[in-house]
Design a protein around this ligand. Structure first.
Ligand SMILES: *Cc1c(COP(=O)(O)O)cnc(C)c1O
Length: 428
């Protein structure tokens, strides 16, 4: 069994791995006291406190009163195009590709950590009392305080965009460490917003390491550590609370006859693990979270397969970590995310880049949704699962589309051009 999986892994062949350790009876999956179950409520309340300030800082948030949220939408035309029959359940998209300001799922974790830092500093300096109007943080006293501090992050792009844009808007010195291979338009966009971009040769892991060690030399610098941060994690987890409200509003039940199957694109693992952890607290054994990874960057899968406690990288398996899904191009999983998921994860499936482009184009053709390649990774989940799961008409399949809003038109067109499969709707 494991031998077959390893053979496919090394050959970069798409596959589905089911987690034999899954034990949803342990809802937290953790003994670490840092993971208090109320962490997701705390994060949600923090977002709510900051909403009026965010609405003032970013005109595009005014209509939402400063709330950073995305729609949950049925996608029947995409479901047809994928050949997923109604006997297998209903297909939904959780549309984080449209999250304002950041344009990706990083708005959840990344914004949360910046807000937590700003809140802590303001409280420490007597600028914010409990129940205060947080719009005070746009006043000169708070901005002068933030200007003395730096917020830094290492990123393949989207995390840097979220952290950099919000930190700069609040008045912090914002520094984003990127690998040289990161997309040029992302670097430009950050520089336009007043963010300092530091380029590092090598991959994502090296950019993070470089940023982390530079930040350690500055006591007034907060480094957002994508591989270890609890604040990011809790920011992501709060998505579960909103999804629960959305499911109720759509009349969707979650129980043994109506399993909720969630497909989450996975890079370092923080975003999908935070959301999965939150969903498990709300839905227990009835939610099944699958992580989606590129065939060349299956870092979470190789971590889960390592039974000797090591934390291998995809390079150890002869893989290249080269993928157009830049949000997922990560060689080694976050240990924090992996420890949370060891008993909660339903499974991992891997996807070829060509499939990402095909699904990206199909989603535009069928539903008019514009996503980036990383965000397309979840769409092969229902098909991969199809053969190994019994048909369950009550199932709800939620594909989390994690980014896309800010992709420039010319860049998006190059993604469309790489699709070979044009949508061929099949009758249900
Ligand atoms: C970062 C990112 C992910 C995955 O998040 P991780 O925390 O790295 O696992 C998925 N999709 C997009 C578009 C991203 O930017």
């Amino acid at each position: 069994m494991t031998h077959r999986i390893l053979t496919k892994l090394r050959a970069a062949t798409p596959q589905l791995w089911i987690n034999p350790q899954r034990d949803p009876a342990i809802p937290m999956g953790l003994s670490d006291s840092a993971f208090q179950p109320q962490g997701m409520q705390v994060a949600q309340e923090r977002f709510a406190r900051f909403a009026p300030l965010l609405a003032n800082l970013f005109p595009e948030l005014a209509a939402m009163d400063g709330r950073i949220e995305s729609a949950l939408q049925p996608v029947p035309a995409m479901q047809k195009a994928l050949g997923l029959s109604v006997a297998q359940g209903q297909l939904w998209v959780k549309a984080d590709h449209s999250l304002p300001v950041a344009g990706s799922i990083k708005a959840r974790g990344g914004f949360h950590e910046v807000l937590e830092v700003a809140e802590r500093l303001a409280v420490e300096h007597g600028l914010l009392r409990p129940d205060a109007d947080y719009r005070a943080l746009a006043q000169p006293a708070a901005r002068a305080l933030f200007a003395r501090h730096q917020i830094a992050v290492g990123s393949t792009g989207n995390l840097g965009m979220a952290i950099g844009v919000l930190a700069a808007a609040l008045g912090f010195r914002a520094v984003v460490h990127m690998s040289t291979e990161a997309k040029e338009w992302k670097k430009q966009r950050l520089r336009l917003r007043g963010v300092e971009v530091v380029e590092h040769t090598g991959d994502y892991e090296q950019a993070v390491a470089g940023g982390r060690s530079l930040a350690q030399t500055d006591p007034l610098c907060h480094f957002v550590d994508d591989e270890r941060s609890l604040s990011l994690f809790m920011g992501y987890s709060a998505a579960a609370l909103h999804l629960q409200v959305q499911l109720r509003a759509q009349g969707v039940q979650v129980d043994a006859q109506h399993p909720l199957i969630v497909y989450l694109p996975c890079g370092v693992g923080g975003a999908p693990a935070g959301i999965a952890w939150g969903l498990h607290q709300l839905f227990g054994a009835h939610v099944h979270c699958f992580f989606a990874e590129p065939v060349q960057s299956p870092c979470f899968l190789v971590h889960m397969l390592a039974t000797d406690g090591s934390s291998p990288s995809v390079y150890d398996f002869g893989l290249s970590n080269q993928t157009e899904a830049d949000g997922l191009a990560v060689p080694r999983a976050s240990l924090l995310a992996a420890s949370v998921m060891s008993k909660l994860l339903a499974g991992v499936f891997t996807v070829e880049d060509q499939t990402l482009f095909d699904h990206l184009a199909q989603l535009m053709a069928t539903e008019g949704m514009r996503i980036e390649p990383s965000a397309a990774a979840g769409f092969s989940g229902p098909g991969q699962l199809g053969s190994s799961a019994p048909a369950c008409p009550g199932a709800n399949h939620v594909v989390w589309t994690t980014g896309g809003l800010l992709v420039p038109d010319a860049q998006y067109q190059t993604f469309l051009d790489r699709a070979v499969t044009q949508p061929t709707p099949t009758p249900l």
